[in-house]
Design a protein around this ligand. Structure first.
Ligand code: SF4
Length: 438
Protein backbone atom coordinates (compact mmCIF):
# COMPACT_ATOMS: atom_id res chain seq x y z
CA UNK A 1 0.00 0.00 0.00
CA UNK A 2 1.63 3.33 -1.04
CA UNK A 3 2.23 5.84 1.78
CA UNK A 4 1.38 3.23 4.37
CA UNK A 5 2.69 4.43 7.73
CA UNK A 6 5.20 2.25 9.51
CA UNK A 7 5.40 1.64 13.24
CA UNK A 8 8.09 -0.14 15.25
CA UNK A 9 8.00 -1.33 18.85
CA UNK A 10 10.86 -1.93 21.27
CA UNK A 11 9.53 -3.66 24.36
CA UNK A 12 11.64 -4.00 27.47
CA UNK A 13 11.03 -5.83 30.71
CA UNK A 14 8.35 -8.30 31.67
CA UNK A 15 5.82 -10.38 29.76
CA UNK A 16 3.09 -7.92 30.73
CA UNK A 17 4.80 -5.25 28.67
CA UNK A 18 5.04 -7.66 25.73
CA UNK A 19 1.32 -8.49 25.96
CA UNK A 20 0.44 -4.79 26.15
CA UNK A 21 2.70 -3.91 23.19
CA UNK A 22 1.01 -6.66 21.16
CA UNK A 23 -2.38 -5.14 21.98
CA UNK A 24 -1.22 -1.73 20.80
CA UNK A 25 0.34 -3.21 17.66
CA UNK A 26 -2.97 -4.91 16.77
CA UNK A 27 -4.80 -1.59 17.25
CA UNK A 28 -2.32 0.28 15.02
CA UNK A 29 -2.60 -2.48 12.40
CA UNK A 30 -6.38 -2.03 12.41
CA UNK A 31 -5.74 1.66 11.59
CA UNK A 32 -3.63 0.64 8.60
CA UNK A 33 -0.11 0.84 10.06
CA UNK A 34 2.53 -1.63 8.95
CA UNK A 35 4.74 -3.01 11.73
CA UNK A 36 8.50 -3.04 11.05
CA UNK A 37 11.52 -4.04 13.10
CA UNK A 38 12.97 -1.52 15.52
CA UNK A 39 16.22 -1.46 13.52
CA UNK A 40 14.32 -0.38 10.40
CA UNK A 41 13.02 2.96 9.19
CA UNK A 42 9.61 3.80 10.68
CA UNK A 43 7.30 6.79 11.01
CA UNK A 44 6.45 5.99 14.62
CA UNK A 45 8.71 4.34 17.19
CA UNK A 46 7.27 3.12 20.47
CA UNK A 47 9.54 2.23 23.39
CA UNK A 48 7.61 0.33 26.06
CA UNK A 49 9.84 0.73 29.10
CA UNK A 50 10.74 -1.06 32.30
CA UNK A 51 12.22 0.38 35.46
CA UNK A 52 12.98 -2.69 37.51
CA UNK A 53 16.76 -2.28 37.30
CA UNK A 54 19.21 0.39 36.26
CA UNK A 55 20.14 -1.76 33.24
CA UNK A 56 16.52 -1.64 32.05
CA UNK A 57 16.59 2.16 32.24
CA UNK A 58 19.84 2.29 30.28
CA UNK A 59 18.35 0.05 27.57
CA UNK A 60 15.40 2.42 27.36
CA UNK A 61 17.65 5.45 26.80
CA UNK A 62 19.62 3.58 24.14
CA UNK A 63 16.42 2.57 22.31
CA UNK A 64 15.22 6.19 22.21
CA UNK A 65 18.56 7.37 20.81
CA UNK A 66 18.58 4.59 18.22
CA UNK A 67 15.08 5.51 17.00
CA UNK A 68 15.99 9.18 16.81
CA UNK A 69 19.07 8.30 14.76
CA UNK A 70 17.15 6.03 12.34
CA UNK A 71 14.59 8.69 11.49
CA UNK A 72 14.96 12.16 13.01
CA UNK A 73 11.47 13.04 11.71
CA UNK A 74 9.75 10.03 13.30
CA UNK A 75 7.30 10.40 16.15
CA UNK A 76 8.92 8.76 19.18
CA UNK A 77 6.63 7.65 21.99
CA UNK A 78 7.88 6.36 25.34
CA UNK A 79 5.36 4.46 27.43
CA UNK A 80 5.36 2.09 30.40
CA UNK A 81 6.91 1.94 33.86
CA UNK A 82 9.98 4.16 33.35
CA UNK A 83 7.71 6.75 31.69
CA UNK A 84 5.33 6.55 34.65
CA UNK A 85 8.10 7.01 37.22
CA UNK A 86 10.58 9.37 35.51
CA UNK A 87 8.77 11.40 32.84
CA UNK A 88 10.99 14.42 33.41
CA UNK A 89 14.16 12.39 32.75
CA UNK A 90 12.69 11.03 29.52
CA UNK A 91 11.59 14.51 28.42
CA UNK A 92 15.24 15.57 28.62
CA UNK A 93 16.27 12.97 26.03
CA UNK A 94 16.46 14.52 22.58
CA UNK A 95 13.92 13.35 20.03
CA UNK A 96 11.18 12.14 22.39
CA UNK A 97 7.72 13.41 21.38
CA UNK A 98 5.18 11.54 23.49
CA UNK A 99 5.47 10.22 27.05
CA UNK A 100 2.58 8.16 28.41
CA UNK A 101 2.28 6.53 31.82
CA UNK A 102 0.80 3.09 32.40
CA UNK A 103 -2.75 4.33 32.84
CA UNK A 104 -2.58 6.46 29.69
CA UNK A 105 -0.91 4.20 27.14
CA UNK A 106 -4.27 3.00 25.79
CA UNK A 107 -4.62 6.49 24.28
CA UNK A 108 -1.44 6.14 22.23
CA UNK A 109 -3.16 5.77 18.85
CA UNK A 110 -5.39 8.79 19.33
CA UNK A 111 -2.41 10.92 20.41
CA UNK A 112 -0.11 9.71 17.59
CA UNK A 113 -2.85 10.31 14.99
CA UNK A 114 -3.29 13.90 16.17
CA UNK A 115 0.40 14.62 16.59
CA UNK A 116 1.92 16.70 13.85
CA UNK A 117 5.58 16.93 14.67
CA UNK A 118 6.52 19.45 11.98
CA UNK A 119 3.86 21.97 12.97
CA UNK A 120 4.82 22.20 16.63
CA UNK A 121 7.17 24.76 18.08
CA UNK A 122 10.05 23.31 20.16
CA UNK A 123 8.32 24.19 23.44
CA UNK A 124 5.08 22.44 22.37
CA UNK A 125 6.84 19.47 20.91
CA UNK A 126 6.21 16.99 23.73
CA UNK A 127 2.99 15.45 24.88
CA UNK A 128 3.19 13.96 28.36
CA UNK A 129 0.29 12.26 30.08
CA UNK A 130 1.11 10.74 33.44
CA UNK A 131 -2.07 10.03 35.40
CA UNK A 132 -2.01 9.08 39.06
CA UNK A 133 -1.54 5.31 38.76
CA UNK A 134 -2.71 4.89 42.36
CA UNK A 135 -6.23 5.72 41.16
CA UNK A 136 -6.30 3.03 38.46
CA UNK A 137 -9.23 0.72 39.20
CA UNK A 138 -9.46 -1.68 36.32
CA UNK A 139 -7.40 -3.51 33.76
CA UNK A 140 -8.22 -5.28 30.54
CA UNK A 141 -6.91 -8.62 29.27
CA UNK A 142 -3.93 -8.24 26.89
CA UNK A 143 -2.23 -11.01 24.99
CA UNK A 144 0.98 -11.40 23.02
CA UNK A 145 0.79 -12.32 19.36
CA UNK A 146 4.36 -12.78 18.17
CA UNK A 147 4.52 -16.55 18.59
CA UNK A 148 2.42 -19.18 16.81
CA UNK A 149 2.59 -21.79 19.57
CA UNK A 150 2.57 -19.91 22.87
CA UNK A 151 0.72 -16.82 24.07
CA UNK A 152 1.20 -14.67 27.19
CA UNK A 153 -2.14 -13.49 28.54
CA UNK A 154 -2.10 -10.64 31.05
CA UNK A 155 -4.93 -11.19 33.54
CA UNK A 156 -3.91 -8.95 36.45
CA UNK A 157 -2.02 -5.69 36.98
CA UNK A 158 -0.56 -3.79 39.95
CA UNK A 159 0.52 -4.90 43.41
CA UNK A 160 -0.36 -3.95 47.00
CA UNK A 161 2.63 -5.64 48.63
CA UNK A 162 5.19 -2.81 48.65
CA UNK A 163 8.28 -4.97 49.09
CA UNK A 164 10.99 -2.62 50.29
CA UNK A 165 13.15 -2.81 47.14
CA UNK A 166 10.45 -2.65 44.48
CA UNK A 167 9.11 0.24 42.41
CA UNK A 168 6.39 -1.75 40.67
CA UNK A 169 3.52 -0.68 42.96
CA UNK A 170 4.44 2.97 42.16
CA UNK A 171 4.65 2.28 38.43
CA UNK A 172 1.68 -0.06 38.09
CA UNK A 173 -0.69 0.93 40.90
CA UNK A 174 -2.85 -1.27 43.12
CA UNK A 175 -3.80 -4.85 42.32
CA UNK A 176 -6.69 -5.11 39.89
CA UNK A 177 -7.84 -7.82 37.50
CA UNK A 178 -10.00 -8.64 34.56
CA UNK A 179 -13.07 -10.81 35.23
CA UNK A 180 -12.75 -14.59 34.94
CA UNK A 181 -15.26 -14.58 32.06
CA UNK A 182 -13.19 -12.03 30.09
CA UNK A 183 -10.06 -14.14 30.48
CA UNK A 184 -11.92 -17.26 29.33
CA UNK A 185 -13.12 -15.39 26.21
CA UNK A 186 -9.58 -14.29 25.35
CA UNK A 187 -8.14 -17.79 25.91
CA UNK A 188 -10.86 -19.25 23.66
CA UNK A 189 -9.93 -16.71 20.97
CA UNK A 190 -6.23 -17.54 21.28
CA UNK A 191 -7.01 -21.28 21.03
CA UNK A 192 -9.18 -20.64 17.96
CA UNK A 193 -6.16 -18.96 16.32
CA UNK A 194 -4.33 -22.28 16.66
CA UNK A 195 -2.09 -21.56 19.62
CA UNK A 196 -1.51 -24.52 21.90
CA UNK A 197 -0.21 -22.95 25.08
CA UNK A 198 -1.19 -19.96 27.23
CA UNK A 199 0.98 -18.51 29.98
CA UNK A 200 -1.07 -16.55 32.51
CA UNK A 201 0.81 -13.41 33.54
CA UNK A 202 0.33 -10.61 35.99
CA UNK A 203 2.35 -8.50 38.39
CA UNK A 204 1.13 -10.37 41.47
CA UNK A 205 -1.12 -12.96 39.89
CA UNK A 206 -2.07 -14.71 43.12
CA UNK A 207 -3.99 -11.55 44.10
CA UNK A 208 -6.17 -11.91 41.00
CA UNK A 209 -9.77 -10.88 41.66
CA UNK A 210 -9.19 -8.98 44.89
CA UNK A 211 -10.96 -5.98 43.40
CA UNK A 212 -14.06 -7.86 42.26
CA UNK A 213 -14.71 -10.77 44.61
CA UNK A 214 -13.16 -13.46 42.41
CA UNK A 215 -9.98 -15.44 43.15
CA UNK A 216 -7.05 -16.83 41.24
CA UNK A 217 -8.23 -20.31 42.18
CA UNK A 218 -11.62 -19.48 40.51
CA UNK A 219 -9.71 -18.47 37.41
CA UNK A 220 -7.59 -21.60 37.09
CA UNK A 221 -10.52 -23.94 37.78
CA UNK A 222 -12.70 -22.21 35.19
CA UNK A 223 -9.98 -22.11 32.56
CA UNK A 224 -9.18 -25.77 33.08
CA UNK A 225 -12.84 -26.69 32.67
CA UNK A 226 -14.18 -24.20 30.11
CA UNK A 227 -11.37 -23.25 27.75
CA UNK A 228 -10.24 -25.44 24.88
CA UNK A 229 -6.55 -24.51 25.16
CA UNK A 230 -4.34 -27.58 25.43
CA UNK A 231 -1.67 -26.27 27.79
CA UNK A 232 -1.72 -23.65 30.55
CA UNK A 233 1.16 -22.35 32.63
CA UNK A 234 1.31 -19.80 35.46
CA UNK A 235 4.11 -17.31 34.90
CA UNK A 236 4.99 -16.65 38.55
CA UNK A 237 3.16 -16.82 41.87
CA UNK A 238 4.12 -15.69 45.37
CA UNK A 239 4.76 -18.66 47.72
CA UNK A 240 2.24 -17.44 50.31
CA UNK A 241 -0.48 -17.34 47.61
CA UNK A 242 0.20 -20.77 46.15
CA UNK A 243 -2.04 -22.77 48.46
CA UNK A 244 -2.04 -26.53 48.96
CA UNK A 245 -5.55 -26.93 47.44
CA UNK A 246 -4.26 -25.04 44.39
CA UNK A 247 -1.28 -27.39 44.12
CA UNK A 248 -3.64 -30.40 44.50
CA UNK A 249 -5.80 -29.01 41.72
CA UNK A 250 -2.89 -28.41 39.34
CA UNK A 251 -1.57 -31.92 40.02
CA UNK A 252 -4.76 -33.48 38.60
CA UNK A 253 -5.80 -30.77 36.15
CA UNK A 254 -6.49 -31.24 32.44
CA UNK A 255 -4.32 -28.41 31.10
CA UNK A 256 -2.18 -26.83 33.86
CA UNK A 257 1.38 -28.09 33.55
CA UNK A 258 3.80 -29.25 36.28
CA UNK A 259 5.86 -26.07 36.08
CA UNK A 260 6.13 -23.40 38.80
CA UNK A 261 7.97 -20.13 39.10
CA UNK A 262 7.98 -18.99 42.72
CA UNK A 263 9.87 -15.89 43.89
CA UNK A 264 12.10 -16.68 46.87
CA UNK A 265 14.19 -13.46 46.70
CA UNK A 266 16.32 -14.33 49.75
CA UNK A 267 17.38 -17.53 51.47
CA UNK A 268 17.57 -15.80 54.85
CA UNK A 269 14.72 -14.83 57.17
CA UNK A 270 16.58 -11.69 58.28
CA UNK A 271 16.77 -10.45 54.69
CA UNK A 272 13.22 -11.57 53.86
CA UNK A 273 11.98 -9.44 56.75
CA UNK A 274 14.06 -6.47 55.59
CA UNK A 275 12.60 -6.96 52.11
CA UNK A 276 9.10 -6.95 53.68
CA UNK A 277 8.24 -10.23 52.02
CA UNK A 278 5.17 -12.07 53.31
CA UNK A 279 6.67 -15.49 54.07
CA UNK A 280 9.74 -17.05 55.58
CA UNK A 281 12.19 -19.70 54.41
CA UNK A 282 10.25 -22.43 56.26
CA UNK A 283 7.05 -21.68 54.33
CA UNK A 284 8.93 -21.61 51.01
CA UNK A 285 10.54 -24.98 51.74
CA UNK A 286 7.21 -26.46 52.81
CA UNK A 287 5.57 -25.34 49.51
CA UNK A 288 8.37 -26.96 47.50
CA UNK A 289 8.06 -30.18 49.47
CA UNK A 290 4.30 -30.21 48.94
CA UNK A 291 4.69 -29.71 45.18
CA UNK A 292 7.23 -32.54 45.14
CA UNK A 293 4.88 -34.84 47.06
CA UNK A 294 2.16 -34.31 44.42
CA UNK A 295 4.26 -33.79 41.27
CA UNK A 296 7.78 -35.21 41.72
CA UNK A 297 8.50 -34.47 38.06
CA UNK A 298 7.56 -30.72 38.29
CA UNK A 299 10.04 -28.05 37.24
CA UNK A 300 10.26 -25.38 39.96
CA UNK A 301 12.26 -22.19 39.48
CA UNK A 302 12.78 -19.39 41.99
CA UNK A 303 13.88 -15.75 41.74
CA UNK A 304 16.67 -14.68 44.07
CA UNK A 305 18.25 -11.26 44.67
CA UNK A 306 21.88 -11.02 45.81
CA UNK A 307 23.51 -8.17 47.71
CA UNK A 308 20.46 -6.72 49.43
CA UNK A 309 21.51 -4.28 52.22
CA UNK A 310 22.50 -6.18 55.36
CA UNK A 311 23.45 -9.38 53.50
CA UNK A 312 26.65 -10.09 55.41
CA UNK A 313 29.09 -12.88 54.50
CA UNK A 314 27.42 -15.05 57.16
CA UNK A 315 23.90 -14.30 55.90
CA UNK A 316 24.93 -15.10 52.35
CA UNK A 317 26.66 -18.34 53.38
CA UNK A 318 23.52 -19.45 55.26
CA UNK A 319 21.29 -18.49 52.33
CA UNK A 320 23.52 -20.37 49.89
CA UNK A 321 23.39 -23.49 52.00
CA UNK A 322 19.58 -23.17 52.36
CA UNK A 323 19.18 -22.88 48.57
CA UNK A 324 21.54 -25.79 47.90
CA UNK A 325 19.47 -27.86 50.32
CA UNK A 326 16.20 -27.24 48.44
CA UNK A 327 16.35 -30.56 46.64
CA UNK A 328 13.24 -30.14 44.54
CA UNK A 329 14.25 -26.69 43.27
CA UNK A 330 15.16 -27.03 39.59
CA UNK A 331 16.64 -23.61 38.74
CA UNK A 332 17.19 -20.05 39.93
CA UNK A 333 16.71 -16.69 38.25
CA UNK A 334 19.40 -14.60 39.88
CA UNK A 335 19.20 -10.81 40.09
CA UNK A 336 21.85 -8.50 41.47
CA UNK A 337 20.31 -5.95 43.83
CA UNK A 338 20.23 -2.39 42.53
CA UNK A 339 18.94 0.60 44.48
CA UNK A 340 15.74 2.02 43.05
CA UNK A 341 14.85 5.63 43.76
CA UNK A 342 12.10 6.27 46.33
CA UNK A 343 12.15 2.75 47.78
CA UNK A 344 12.67 2.09 51.48
CA UNK A 345 15.58 -0.28 50.74
CA UNK A 346 17.47 2.54 49.01
CA UNK A 347 17.61 4.39 52.35
CA UNK A 348 19.24 1.46 54.17
CA UNK A 349 22.85 2.15 55.05
CA UNK A 350 24.42 -1.32 55.41
CA UNK A 351 25.04 -1.63 51.68
CA UNK A 352 26.91 -4.49 50.03
CA UNK A 353 29.71 -3.38 47.66
CA UNK A 354 28.74 -3.78 43.99
CA UNK A 355 31.62 -6.16 43.29
CA UNK A 356 30.49 -8.45 46.12
CA UNK A 357 26.89 -8.39 44.84
CA UNK A 358 28.10 -9.55 41.42
CA UNK A 359 30.32 -12.28 42.87
CA UNK A 360 27.38 -13.63 44.86
CA UNK A 361 25.23 -13.62 41.73
CA UNK A 362 27.85 -15.72 39.95
CA UNK A 363 27.91 -18.20 42.83
CA UNK A 364 24.14 -18.61 42.76
CA UNK A 365 24.14 -18.90 38.96
CA UNK A 366 26.52 -21.83 39.28
CA UNK A 367 24.23 -23.47 41.82
CA UNK A 368 21.34 -22.91 39.43
CA UNK A 369 23.22 -24.59 36.60
CA UNK A 370 23.99 -27.61 38.78
CA UNK A 371 20.35 -27.90 39.88
CA UNK A 372 19.12 -27.68 36.32
CA UNK A 373 21.54 -30.36 35.18
CA UNK A 374 20.39 -32.60 38.03
CA UNK A 375 16.77 -32.04 37.07
CA UNK A 376 17.50 -32.99 33.46
CA UNK A 377 19.47 -36.07 34.54
CA UNK A 378 16.60 -37.19 36.79
CA UNK A 379 14.25 -36.99 33.79
CA UNK A 380 16.48 -39.02 31.49
CA UNK A 381 14.65 -42.15 30.39
CA UNK A 382 11.18 -40.68 30.90
CA UNK A 383 8.52 -40.10 28.27
CA UNK A 384 6.96 -36.63 28.12
CA UNK A 385 4.88 -34.47 25.83
CA UNK A 386 6.67 -31.72 23.95
CA UNK A 387 5.16 -28.73 22.12
CA UNK A 388 7.31 -28.06 19.07
CA UNK A 389 7.93 -24.44 18.10
CA UNK A 390 7.93 -23.55 14.42
CA UNK A 391 11.31 -21.78 14.06
CA UNK A 392 13.89 -23.46 11.85
CA UNK A 393 17.17 -22.86 13.71
CA UNK A 394 19.93 -23.99 11.34
CA UNK A 395 18.09 -27.18 10.54
CA UNK A 396 16.82 -27.85 14.08
CA UNK A 397 13.59 -27.17 15.91
CA UNK A 398 13.07 -26.76 19.66
CA UNK A 399 10.29 -27.30 22.12
CA UNK A 400 9.53 -27.65 25.81
CA UNK A 401 8.03 -30.62 27.59
CA UNK A 402 5.12 -30.14 29.98
CA UNK A 403 7.67 -29.97 32.83
CA UNK A 404 9.76 -27.37 31.00
CA UNK A 405 12.59 -29.50 29.67
CA UNK A 406 14.15 -28.26 26.44
CA UNK A 407 14.16 -30.73 23.59
CA UNK A 408 15.42 -30.44 20.02
CA UNK A 409 15.30 -32.48 16.80
CA UNK A 410 16.03 -31.98 13.09
CA UNK A 411 13.53 -29.51 11.66
CA UNK A 412 10.32 -31.10 10.47
CA UNK A 413 7.62 -28.68 9.31
CA UNK A 414 4.92 -31.26 10.03
CA UNK A 415 5.76 -31.18 13.75
CA UNK A 416 5.62 -27.38 14.12
CA UNK A 417 3.00 -26.26 16.68
CA UNK A 418 2.18 -29.87 17.52
CA UNK A 419 2.32 -31.73 20.81
CA UNK A 420 4.12 -35.06 20.51
CA UNK A 421 5.22 -37.81 22.90
CA UNK A 422 9.00 -38.01 23.16
CA UNK A 423 11.45 -40.24 24.99
CA UNK A 424 14.12 -38.20 26.81
CA UNK A 425 17.29 -40.15 26.25
CA UNK A 426 20.17 -38.32 24.62
CA UNK A 427 21.12 -35.36 26.84
CA UNK A 428 23.46 -32.68 25.52
CA UNK A 429 24.87 -31.33 28.80
CA UNK A 430 26.57 -28.34 27.21
CA UNK A 431 23.38 -26.99 25.63
CA UNK A 432 21.22 -28.52 28.35
CA UNK A 433 18.81 -30.00 25.90
CA UNK A 434 17.60 -33.50 25.03
CA UNK A 435 18.39 -34.26 21.38
CA UNK A 436 16.10 -36.56 19.42
CA UNK A 437 16.82 -38.34 16.17
CA UNK A 438 20.57 -38.82 16.61
S1 SF4 B 1 5.21 -8.72 45.27
FE1 SF4 B 1 6.85 -7.35 45.92
S2 SF4 B 1 8.43 -7.66 44.33
FE2 SF4 B 1 6.50 -8.43 43.47
S3 SF4 B 1 5.62 -6.67 42.36
FE3 SF4 B 1 4.73 -6.66 44.42
S4 SF4 B 1 6.05 -5.26 45.56
FE4 SF4 B 1 7.19 -5.84 43.72
Amino acid sequence: MPNQKKIAFNTLGCKLNFAESSDLARKFAAKGYLQTGFHDFADVYVVNTCSVTQIAEKKCRNAIRQASHLNPNAVIAVIGCFAQLRPEQIADIEGVDIILGNEDKGRLIEIVENYNKGSLSPCEAKTALISDIGKAESTSVSFSSDDRTRCFVKVQDGCNYYCSYCTIPFARGRSRSARVAEVVDVVKKVAAEGKKEVVLTGINIGTFGQNNGETFFDLIKTLDECSPIERLRISSIEPNLLSEPMIDFIAQSRAFLPHFHIPLQAGSDVILRAMRRKYDTALFKQRLQYIYSKMPHAFVAADVITGFPGETEEEFAAAKSYIEGLESLSALHVFTYSERPNTFAATLTDKVPHQVRKQRSLILQEISQTKKQQFYLCNRGSQRKVLWEDDNDEGFMFGFTDNYIRVCKPYDAASANRIEDVMLQNLNMERLCFVLGE
